[in-house]
Write a protein that binds this ligand. Sequence first.
Ligand code: PGA
Length: 256
Amino acid sequence: MEERKPLIAGNWKMNLDIGDAVNLVRSIGASLAAGGTDREVLIAPPFTSLQAVKEAIGDSRIFLAGQNMHWEMKGAYTGEISGRMLQQVGCTHVILGHSERRTLFRETSNMVDLKVKSAVLLGLIPIVCIGESLEERESDRTFAVLEDQLNASLQNFRADELMPGSTILAYEPIWAIGTGKTATPEQAQEVHAFIREWIEKTFGQVPAREVRILYGGSVKPSNIEELMSMPDIDGVLVGGASLKADQFIPIIHYGT
Ligand code: PGA
């Protein structure tokens, strides 16, 4: 049962120039080579750094992810990138439906669903983000909002009644992103357990056991251990603290 390997993912968002990105990934790679950890480590740099970062990763065990993609394979979509293009520069994963995409760029769960389908068809592993706002939490609507997001963002899986065990979900309460306010480990665990129950109810026991659920929102070296001690928290999606080697490396090596 405890086969879900911890995943530590860094979402660099629109930060770091190419040189800084390469330096940071080299430091992460060196720490993995020295430390021999069994954790999976993943980074999602801006599109323009992907190629250089992939080269800098070399033989290190660091997975590369895009921060977004379009659902079509190609065409007249100015400013967009396809999943295939991400794969060509070495991405194995893609973050989809991050709350910044949903709120700042009006991305809907239906759009996320199309992207998830396209990613899975290509063999890219989607990291599907969901999360409630402060107002939704305070009005006791957290579970209803999350259930709606799950139902709509994973519609295609539901239609096929199949959720691949490699799919990754990320619970990121919007009120905890970049604010310094972390959900308490108990608050996060409560939601993760709810998400796992939803997976079981919708797709059965096997995906419920296999799918990893990450927590994201102000993760830092001082709270990683407590978060990771929770039974349904299988990893973290780190924003701000993934931009600095002296914060991200201790997060990767938590508990060692
Ligand atoms: P944060 O961002 O760690 O800076 O709160 C998390 C995220 O947006 O994935």
